[in-house]
Ligand binder design. Sequence first.
Ligand code: SAH
Length: 453
Amino acid sequence: MTVQKARSPSTPHRSSQGVRDFRKRTQHSGKTSGQQNNTAQKNAPRGAPQLYLGPATAQPCLILKAGREKSLQRRHPWIFSGAIERVDGAPASGDTLPVRDDAGNFFAWAAYNPDSQITARVWSWSEAENIGAEFFHGRIANALTTRREMKLADNSNGMRLIHAESDGLPGLIVDRYGDVLVMQISSAGPERWRDNIADILQELCNPVCIYERSDSDSRELEGLELRNGVLRGTLPDNVEVIENGLRFNVDVAAGQKTGFYLDQRDNRALTETLARDKDVLNCFCYTGGFSLYALRGGAKSVLSIDASGDALRIAAENLTNNNLDSSRAEWLEADVFQALRTLRDQNKKFDLIILDPPKFAPTAAFAEKAARGYKDINLLAFKLLRPGGLLFTYSCSGGISEDLFQKIVAGAALDAGVDAQIVHYLHASADHPVLLSFPEGAYLKGLVLRVES
Ligand code: SAH
């Protein structure tokens, strides 16, 4: 099977979740903790938070501005630099600090990072808690118990084991692909505890390898170096995940994110049930997840588009490894924005279209530009659908709310001149739980729409 190539745009990756949203670019101030003084940081680089540093000899503590305790009282785990009155003592990045108001009332233990606009992330709300190896053991064991209780399908061996803030472990993601764990650290707190966390995962999960993919751009925004390599054990030559009986190669070292998009597992399964005898278009297909499910579900044809040639090569291998009919599959390396226009100009039509783009809006500040992108691809997709056709459309942008996404899609349908009904509201699979007090955890939203016949 060949992969057709249109042109090679840059390939932004989709983020795993919304934990990094609302963060602005920051840099190291260049100061060590011992150099702190009790004046404002006059020479801080542009974009770095302006923190007022209290007496260096005082007990390390983060003091909130009056009236800025509300979000903590609602148990939201982020403390933005703007909410901080001053930082006492001489804490270093990654240290655990008590968070108090000026009167000394305790709110939380939080991991400190002076280089981030999210200057502290809460580990615990209990003053009696000791943030150490035992604490992490408890949190990780708890996350694993939740996953066990959720009972993955027997014919799947891939799962998100730790979903950062939503599992009480801000900045830490752990994905399991069979016997291999991939760990991604995106903030200074878990960076400090990295070795303890690896030991605990080894003890509780006994994987053949723990691989670290701490190489997302957001690490630079946190002043952390990029890391990509084996942490424990040996990486097998081929890592494979089995999802609802389908086998996918996972490039843990060089693939996107931790190598695979586990969050779409249930939504891919839904696609399979609706694909029979349909001409399917899968946009932003990565390693072919939705495409393989559609083929197994009896699709008449599946055209899959992605800008990454590497991802498409794995997709084509995945198809072969699952003994699916390659004559019904076509792979196109192209920019989806362009490809949709070309298909429209060629008057091509489809019965089922999937749009699963990368994150267009990392923060609410990007929402307007992102909205134009979403509207564009959804409008084009509506035009390519036959009457009665289905559109599976997703957004993984933390900066775009579910409500706004629905409005954008409604606007696209209106401009395309089609009437459509929502037949499903979709989210990430259950191994990506969302902490009630942390709505940012619900980064992935999807709609299935049926256009009028
Ligand atoms: N649906 C996939 C995950 C998609 S992730 C799954 O189920 O596994 C987003 C994908 O969009 C990535 O593979 C990335 O390479 C691709 N991408 C990003 N920008 C693109 C563009 N402009 N045109 C085509 N593909 C793009």
